[in-house]
Design a binder for this molecule. Structure first.
Ligand code: MG
Length: 180
């Protein structure tokens, strides 16, 4: 359901969390980027823990149903699905609600592989998917020190949305052109 436009706050924040278990024989995909590793992340879709958390952050920001409600694991059409499909749907819903994504910031918590060598590619892929400049996609990787979570990958994401200008929402432009 779209957010009522008359009552829209100028900004909205969203938060997303996801975790997936490492599994042998599955390709690893994080942030839409395929990463060489002995194990991938299990799940009904492609197991992209980062894209799932970003998707939920965007959906949460507009108080929409979450990723599990929109793309239920019980639905065979999402088996092995490219998680960019989920992210794209969330972005479209943000747009339809009258907002644009301003920036996202993510923390990835996983023991291996090292994310550093892939961080630039992941940020670029996410930025492209969200139609954002790369400097509006933050990514930090942490190892799960003291958490005993060596077999899991966790993603936490915050997203900031800004109300789109009325003109871009299909309304008539009211602002006059400045005289020079
Ligand atoms: Mg997930």
């Amino acid at each position: 359901m779209p957010v009522h436009k008359a009552k829209q706050p100028p900004r909205r924040i969203g938060y997303g969390f996801d975790s997936h278990e490492f599994r042998r024989g599955v390709p690893l995909k994080i942030g839409g980027v395929a990463i060489e590793h002995a194990q991938g992340l299990g799940g009904h879709s492609d197991g992209d823990v980062l894209l799932h958390a970003i998707t939920d952050a965007l959906l949460g920001a507009i108080a929409a149903p979450d990723i599990g409600a929109l793309f239920p694991p019980s639905d065979p059409q999402w088996k092995g699905a490219d998680s960019l499909v989920f992210l794209n749907e969330a972005r479209k819903r943000v747009h339809a609600a009258g907002y644009a994504v301003a920036n996202v910031d993510a923390s990835l918590i996983l023991a291996a592989p090292k994310i550093g060598p892939h961080a630039a590619a992941i940020r670029a892929r996410v930025a492209q998917a969200l139609r954002l400049p790369r400097n509006c996609v933050g990514l930090k990787a942490k190892t799960p020190e003291g958490l005993n979570l060596e077999n899991a990958a966790i993603a936490q994401v915050v997203a900031l949305l800004e109300k789109r200008p009325a003109a871009k929402q299909g309304r008539r432009k009211t602002r006059r052109r400045k005289r020079t």
